[in-house]
Design a protein around this ligand. Structure first.
Ligand code: ADP
Length: 406
């Protein structure tokens, strides 16, 4: 069964096609600059070289039409015709408290996802546009929604209620939700496979460290806490997001600089984090290239500080979740930074032997670029693993499972 996976952002459409009979990735690509000048599609069929084509797409529907065109192209395509698409799985960022699992999209589900727009005003609307576009172009194809929040719906109230007047939870469902759920779920399952132990018996801390970043505490197969909150702004210091700060600072800076709500929102989400501290780049590769000596020689001491703050915050969350879980069996690193950065993994795990974490420097250095494996010393009580994430595969698997049951 061939399944199309879509991840629609505000001006981008990422796609992958899987043949679930073999769990094989057939093609992948993305449309960028949807609704802006200079729209293009990047596409890769199997292992063939990537191609880029300039296109016109004033909205997500036109963008998706281009995706379907290239997927049925004689040269670049993977379908003879569109009838071969048996289901479409969508990444949906926020499912609120309604969705603890992936679901088949019905009118009621669509309404519920629309209700969650208030929780994720930037993310859920483009997700909805993708669903609506497929419904218009391929009306008979079943669609499934896979939520970033659903894996964390198992968190207990002590982890998700804020120290705010309780009425905000009762009236508006203001609480911690957590994100990156498909990734935390995937890598924790994979960790159990690598350790050859039952998932339900393990305590695992997963660190999804990309441009956006979060840590999760997973006890016996259930997420019991995670660092992102009501929005993906809480928790770790990220590429451009501030993570945890004293909330009084929001008021203080707005007052001092006379900022509007939108300006403050942009500061916290787009100008802060590693970019804000380093005053240079949000891309960890830039900062790491010269870490630490070259950055000092280049008069970029703040690049070193930004990296060290990033790692320090991850370290603090690991310590906190060790306390939450009463120790853990495995610590997992994933996503762009977690998979590829021995420097960050070393900064995070250094001098953590008290907690049972000990990295093997050689294994740590050699594990990157899609490699998976155990990077801890033989005598470490906690197995520290690197596991490349694959959120699209999770979406395809959930879609396959739900559509097959139909
Ligand atoms: P997102 O999906 O949140 O945009 P990714 O998981 O793709 O993020 O991660 C992007 C981040 O990964 C970037 O900050 C990039 O600097 C970092 N990254 C990618 N490759 C490397 C590498 N070899 N070393 C260090 N950081 C890397």
């Amino acid at each position: 069964m061939k399944i199309l996976v879509l991840n629609c952002g505000s001006s981008s459409i990422k796609y992958q096609v899987f043949d679930m009979d073999y769990e094989a990735l057939l093609a992948k690509g993305l449309v960028e600059r949807v609704g802006i000048n200079g729209t293009f599609i990047k596409h890769q069929r199997g292992d063939q070289p990537k191609i880029t084509r300039d296109i016109e797409a004033k909205d997500h529907k036109e963008g998706i039409q281009h995706v379907l065109e290239i997927l049925t192209d004689a040269d670049q395509g993977v379908f003879k015709n569109l009838d071969e698409i048996k289901a479409v799985g969508h990444r949906v960022v926020h499912g609120g408290e309604k969705f603890a699992d992936s679901v088949l999209i019905t009118h009621e589900v669509l309404e519920a996802v629309r209700e969650c727009v208030k929780f994720a005003p930037l993310h859920n609307p483009p997700n909805l546009k993708g669903i609506e576009a497929i419904a218009a172009i391929l009306p008979n194809v079943p669609q499934v929604a896979v939520f970033d929040t659903s894996f964390h719906q198992t968190m207990p109230p002590v982890a998700y209620i804020y120290g705010l007047p309780y009425k905000y939870y009762e009236q508006d469902r203001i609480r911690r939700y957590g994100f990156h759920g498909t990734s935390h779920r995937f890598v924790s399952h994979r960790a159990a496979q690598l350790l050859q132990k039952p998932y339900e018996k393990l305590k695992i801390i997963t660190c999804h460290l990309g441009n956006g970043a979060s840590v999760a505490a997973i006890k016996h197969g259930k997420s019991v806490d995670t660092s992102m909150g009501h929005t993906p702004l809480e928790g770790l210091v990220m590429g451009t997001r501030c993570g945890d700060i004293d909330p009084a600072l929001v008021l203080h800076i707005m007052k001092k600089e006379n900022l509007t709500i939108d300006e403050m929102d942009t500061l916290l989400n787009k100008k802060a984090g590693i970019l804000g501290i380093s005053q240079w780049s949000s891309d960890q590769r830039d900062l790491e290239d010269g870490y630490p000596e070259q950055n000092l020689k280049n008069n970029k001491p703040l690049a070193n500080l930004a990296l060290e703050i990033f790692a320090y915050r991850v370290r603090k969350y690991i310590g906190a979740y060790m306390a939450v879980l009463n120790g853990c069996d495995a610590l997992v690193f994933t996503a762009g930074v977690g998979e590829n950065s021995p420097i960050i993994r070393d900064l995070v795990c250094r001098d953590m032997d008290f907690l049972g974490v000990k990295l093997d420097p050689e294994k740590n250095k050699k594990t990157w670029r899609g490699a998976e494996g155990d990077i801890s010393t033989a005598d470490a009580r906690v197995r520290t693993l690197v596991v490349p994430t694959n959120e699209e595969l999770v979406i395809a698997e959930d879609t396959y499972a739900i559509v097959r049951k139909k």
